[in-house]
Design a protein around this ligand. Structure first.
Ligand code: 13P
Length: 251
């Protein structure tokens, strides 16, 4: 971490949980994050869309922000099953994840579509958390940096800034596997990302998160790296103690 950028700890609940456990988890995190001795980081929870109202209510008045896990590039219309960025904002969100590798894989999302979603997020006043990351084959072929540079070039819309955009580097092979890149590899990739963001973005102010098997046991080691500004946490965000411990690692 660098003193220039406040750390951000974001929990991506993915397609997990029903109202009762989502509410209990959000309520307990809100209580802790509102405490005088809370760690010096920003917190975001990204629950499944049907849980947004309950999580918003449980975190009202706390420092915890709420985010969607995806949005449609258009503002409204005949798109069955999709959610518009303005609907997320209306539900209390200030954030939205776009271009997660699970959506890129499950729904064939291209860089251009991800950029359009980020643009829609910005138009609705949301901060877009834009995900990038290479597959294992791409890393083995020595193409990880080139792949991520291409994703960055294609997935950030015009108008992206350090204020309305966060980048999450999530190597596909590290998600849900318990495997992580070495600290040297993560730092090298984050420095590479900072070097290749478009000229309109203040790279020194841009927050770049690491995601992929972040746990209490490896969080401090990752978060102490100079170009890592926080974490996008999947599985470990479903347990209050684990997610809180990851936030504590920002001290
Ligand atoms: P895990 O923390 O479960 O590996 O998931 C990471 C992720 O995909 C967050 O968006």
């Amino acid at each position: 971490m660098s003193g220039l950028r406040r750390p951000l700890i974001a929990g991506n609940w993915k397609m997990n949980g029903l109202r009762a456990d989502g509410e209990a988890r959000a309520r307990e995190l809100a209580r802790r994050a509102g405490g005088a001795d809370a760690p010096p980081c920003d917190w975001v929870l990204c629950p499944p869309a049907p849980l947004l109202p309950v999580v918003a209510a449980a975190t009202t008045g706390s420092p915890i922000g709420i985010g969607g896990q995806d949005c449609h590039p258009e503002a409204s219309g005949a798109h069955t099953g999709d959610v518009a960025a303005a609907m997320l904002a209306d539900a209390g969100c200030r954030w939205v994840i776009v271009g997660h590798s699970e959506r890129r894989a499950d729904h064939g999302e291209s860089d251009a579509l991800v950029a359009a979603k980020a643009q829609a997020a910005h138009a609705a006043g949301l901060v877009a958390i834009v995900c990038v990351g290479e597959t294992e084959a791409e890393r083995d072929d020595g193409r990880a940096h080139a792949v991520v540079a291409r994703q960055i070039a294609g997935s950030l819309p015009r108008g992206a800034s350090a204020a309305n955009t966060v980048i999450a580097y999530e190597p596909v092979w590290a998600i849900g596997t318990g495997r992580t890149p070495t600290p040297d590899d993560v730092q090298a990739m984050h420095a590479h990302i900072r070097a290749c963001v478009p000229a309109g973005i203040d790279a020194g102010a841009l927050r770049i998160l690491y995601g992929g098997s972040v746990k209490p046991g490896n969080a401090a080691q990752l978060l102490r790296l100079p170009d890592i500004d926080g974490a996008l946490v999947g599985g470990a965000s479903l347990a209050v103690e684990d997610f809180w411990a990851i936030g504590e690692a920002t001290r």
